[in-house]
Design a protein around this ligand. Structure first.
Ligand code: F6R
Length: 601
């Protein structure tokens, strides 16, 4: 993840950087660092661990003449969380900070070492500053920067400062977020607007492929077509509304963020022909013959989806339990079972207690969690972090998406260890994973269609979300989203089970949201929906295949892999809940009676 900040101007730079980094600390706190150039003075400070260590280290430092400054808070990907690996990275006379992963860094590093460059860190980032300095020998700084970023593959948001141009910050964005803030006292850069609220009054959110420089108060932005004419947006000085980046609710913003946070979740884990999970030591799975997953709410739904993947791909027995039920059922636990917990907050009391019980019974434990250093992470033998960033909407969206992605990666990881699937199949899973960010992108057309259609679904006597296989847990999650923010009654049900009772409820006031993927049991679910339609239920079909009995139809596009269909339909159900809730005038982010972190039984 990592967070970056930058500033060009005359105000006291250390405070600007530290304030900004404080707001970005949720993105990573393995180390933090700042670098400042004022005229011929070049200063930098770095500290391992939380930002407070850097604050202490730089206590007596002040930088208030005109100059440039960059800062970074790190979530380690390449290289351990040490001071040498902390950003900013120094060349001979330049500093760089970076968020993302430079995928071809090994090749670039080899080339630079052969040319006599000495590397101080194990990071991928350091290649940027050395490439820049290499090209600086024969080019002006901006041209050298352009040449350096042309060599980079992968994801980056990067800032570079150099003594050769002490009034300038060079920047580039591709795949990782970055914005430019414009204030009376100077130009600001940050990974998220929370870092510059109260300082900048206008903002420009950089697009992928854009790069440029800020020199004094002049900002020039380029892409591969040439100079970019950009329009600034006003930046609210009110922290809460500004953090929404123009979205009406945090939940809406978080739905839109899914296509980028999923990239963070995959980073360094999904490689060309295999998945890797560095957090898991070799031998961890020795003697493990079964998996038990325990979680609550939305996290329980991702667990249920994972159970299909674990059994189908990794060929390992997997059962799933609601944590509050598990705690009191006097479960029989055997030490050949891996105990997995899933939690966004890492503080859910029932999940935490279930984990403690499993540990007392001698089980190995692994957690899929979004909050590092949370109680569940600290209690688990292994923690795989979802890297979704802070989730503020009480109704979980991006946490669910990243949990599901990470569980998919884990299923393939175990499949690799157990050699339960062929190399070709692993390659096709990886290809599908790489498509996920595209599938998760919300298009204007989809959002406005759901907005229009939501009008029909404000009344009636309830909703059934139905699906089969992987799409049954998604139906449960779709129903949960709707009920928690709209207060309408909704149930998720396995489509094949409707005729064993619930179909008695069918009439035109029963709304059925049918998840009809093309890649899994299409004909089966089609028959189930036909049975409901024959009894006059109002059908909203979500499918790549048009369905003549549907009263409303949302056509999906990605019918090449069940997980891609899963992610696409997930976005549809999230937007449907959002739009219904907004029409009903509810507080989407803070629904009644709920709290984000449930730390009581
Ligand atoms: C629903 C929701 C809750 C949580 C549940 C578990 O949108 O957010 O159902 O999923 O309270 O919380 P975590 O994942 O923090 O353990």
């Amino acid at each position: 993840m990592c967070g970056i900040v930058g500033y060009v101007g005359s105000s006291e730079k250390k405070e600007i950087l530290l304030d900004g980094l404080k707001e970005l600390e949720y993105r990573g706190y393995d180390s933090a660092g700042i670098a400042v150039i004022e005229g011929s003075n070049l200063n930098s400070f770095k500290a391992v661990g939380k930002l407070e260590n850097l604050v202490e280290k730089a206590k007596s430092f002040k930088a208030d003449s005109f100059g440039v400054a960059i800062g970074h808070t790190r979530w380690a990907t390449h290289g351990k969380p040490t001071e040498l690996n902390a950003h900013p990275h120094l060349g001979k006379k330049s500093y760089v900070v970076h968020n993302g992963i430079i995928e071809n860094y090994q090749e670039l590093k080899k080339e630079l070492i052969a040319e006599g460059v000495t590397f101080l860190s194990q990071t991928d980032t350091e290649v940027i500053v050395h490439l820049f300095e290499k090209y600086s020998e024969s080019s002006e700084p901006f041209e050298a920067f352009q040449k350096a970023i042309e060599r980079l593959d992968g994801a980056y948001a990067t800032l570079l400062i150099t003594q050769d141009a002490p009034d300038t910050i060079f920047f580039a964005k591709h795949g990782s977020p970055m914005l430019i803030g414009f204030g009376e006292d100077g130009i600001y850069f940050a990974s998220s607007d929370t870092a510059i609220i109260g300082k900048a009054s206008e903002v420009y959110y950089l697009e992928d492929g854009e790069y440029g420089y800020a020199k004094g108060s002049d900002v020039a932005i380029f892409n591969k077509e040439g100079k970019v004419e950009f329009t600034k947006k006003p930046l609210s000085s009110d922290k809460v509304s500004a953090q929404k980046d123009g979205y009406r609710f945090f939940m809406e913003k978080e739905i839109y963020e899914q296509s980028t946070v999923i990239v963070d979740t995959m980073m360094g884990r999904v490689l060309d022909s295999e998945v890797v999970l560095d957090e898991i030591e070799s031998g961890f799975f020795d003697g493990i013959n079964a998996i038990k997953i325990c979680a609550c709410g939305t996290s329980y739904h991702s667990a249920l989806a994972a159970s299909y993947l674990f059994e189908r791909m990794a060929k390992i027995r997997c059962d799933v339990e609601i944590a509050s039920e598990f705690r009191y059922k006097e479960p029989l636990l055997s030490s050949d079972t891996l105990f997995i917990t899933i939690s966004q907050s890492g503080e859910t009391a029932d999940t935490l207690e279930a984990l403690k019980m499993a540990k007392r019974a001698g089980l190995k434990s692994l957690t899929i969690c979004n909050v590092d250093n949370s109680s569940i992470v600290r209690e688990s033998d292994v923690a795989l972090l979802t890297r979704a960033g802070i989730e503020k909407g009480v109704a979980s969206t991006k946490a669910f998406a990243t949990q599901t992605m990470l569980l998919w990666i884990l299923a393939i990881y175990i499949a690799q260890l157990r050699e339960s699937v062929s190399k070709e199949q692993i390659a096709s899973e990886i290809e599908a994973m790489r498509h996920s960010p595209t599938v998760l992108k919300v298009t204007d057309a989809l959002h406005s269609k759901i907005h229009r259609l939501s009008k029909r679904y404000l009344h009636g006597h309830g909703f059934f979300f139905i699906g089969r296989d992987l799409f049954y847990p998604l139906a449960l999650e779709g129903a949960l989203k709707l009920k928690e923010i709209s207060y309408l009654h909704a149930e998720g049900y396995p489509a094949g089970e409707m005729k064993h009772g619930p179909i008695a409820l069918a009439d035109s006031n029963l709304f059925t949201v049918a998840l009809m993927p093309k890649t899994l049991l299409y004909d089966k679910i089609k028959s189930n929906v036909e049975e409901l339609s024959a009894r006059d239920a109002t059908i909203l079909a979500i499918s790549p295949e048009s369905f003549e009995l549907a009263d409303d139809f949302i056509q999906t596009k990605y019918a090449s892999h069940p997980m891609l269909e899963f992610f696409e339909m997930m976005v549809v159900t999230q937007l449907l809940a959002l739009e219904i809730s907004i029409r009903l005038g509810n507080d989407v982010d803070m629904p009644r009676n709920l709290a984000k972190s449930v730390t009581v039984e």
